[in-house]
Design a protein around this ligand. Structure first.
Ligand code: HEC
Length: 276
């Protein structure tokens, strides 16, 4: 490949940089998403509990008609897309069917009414959400409340479930923005680094090498061995320049000797020829 040293080194740096960028972005994406999910799962545990505690207070005080207000309060929380109670068959049987929103709607609701809670991220098309369900069982002593005193069911019957849907879109968009910002700053830093490397290669390698090449060309083309390069012992190229100077010295010395010998020879032959 006919490429300059600077181009080769820069290609190599570019390759390393792209690798670093891709891996760090992927790593950051995974880490940040994990963190967000951990936090929102924690939030969901607290909110499902708080929702049921609020609801239970309404049951105990006989104000269940006000439960829509409770629901709308939880719907107002950050990232909450939907919050509702799924009503179990036992409650429907005893108190009637309840609100339209309280009927089971999908497989998560059905699972919850079968006693199995969920904590699952669901992606549909461009939309991601976290679905959380927590089954509510009839207990004799649920933090001091006897559920079976009002709900006439055997213990551990599923009376219903709390269901929360959290929208993850804005959070994931924020992750993407973070990654974009850090990728841009990395690219800027790398761009500056690349310019600096280019400058360093130019001043410390390419320019002295060009001087050496020019000097060698002059010496061979014009038989001019008088010029010397500047150089010090500081680096490898400096040492090449010094070695080159020494070579020129030695060439000049050899040429001088030969010229002297030639002159001597000429003198001798001249004196011989002028002899009578
Ligand atoms: C003081 C009596 C009482 C107690 C104790 C009680 N409940 Fe209720 N519960 C009710 C009433 C009344 C309703 C509402 C019926 C209606 O009007 O639809 C209800 C409704 C429910 C619902 C459906 C809520 C809705 O929004 O549709 C669930 C689930 C439920 N109870 C679970 C429980 C659990 C679990 C316990 C034990 C911690 C419990 N209840 C204790 C009286 C009680």
């Amino acid at each position: 490949m006919r490429l300059s040293i600077a181009a080769k080194i820069n290609f190599f740096l570019l390759f390393i940089f792209s690798m670093v960028l891709v891996f760090s972005a992927a790593y950051q994406a995974v880490r940040e998403r994990d963190l967000i999910l951990t936090l929102i799962k924690e939030q969901s545990r607290e909110q499902t509990e708080a929702y049921f505690d609020g609801l239970n207070m309404l049951m105990l005080t006989g104000k269940m008609e006000a439960r829509d207000t409770l629901r709308s309060k939880f719907m107002d929380h950050a990232h909450v897309e939907d919050a509702r109670i799924v009503r179990g068959a036992a409650v429907n049987k005893q108190y009637g069917p309840g609100r339209e929103t309280e009927a089971p709607k999908d497989r998560f609701d059905a699972l919850a009414l079968a006693g199995k809670g969920s904590l699952e991220v669901v992606h549909d098309d461009m939309h991601s959400r976290l679905v959380v369900t927590r089954p509510l069982l009839a207990k004799k002593d649920f933090r001091g409340t006897d559920c079976t005193s009002c709900h006439q069911v055997p213990e551990n019957t599923v009376l219903g479930a709390v269901r929360f849907d959290y929208s993850l879109d804005t959070l994931f968009t924020r992750v993407e923005q973070n990654i974009l910002t850090s990728a841009l700053s990395l690219t800027t830093i790398f761009g500056l680094g690349l310019l600096l490397t280019l400058w360093v290669i130019r001043t410390w390698i390419v320019r002295p090498l060009n001087q050496l090449t020019r000097s060698i060309e002059e010496a061979t083309d014009h038989h001019d061995f008088g010029k010397r390069l500047e150089g010090d012992e500081g680096d490898e190229i400096g040492r090449v320049a010094l070695a080159y100077n020494q070579m020129l010295d030695s060439v000049e010395r050899q040429l001088g000797k030969r010229a002297d010998a030639q002159a001597e020879q000429d003198k001798i032959s001249q004196s011989e020829s002028t002899r009578p």
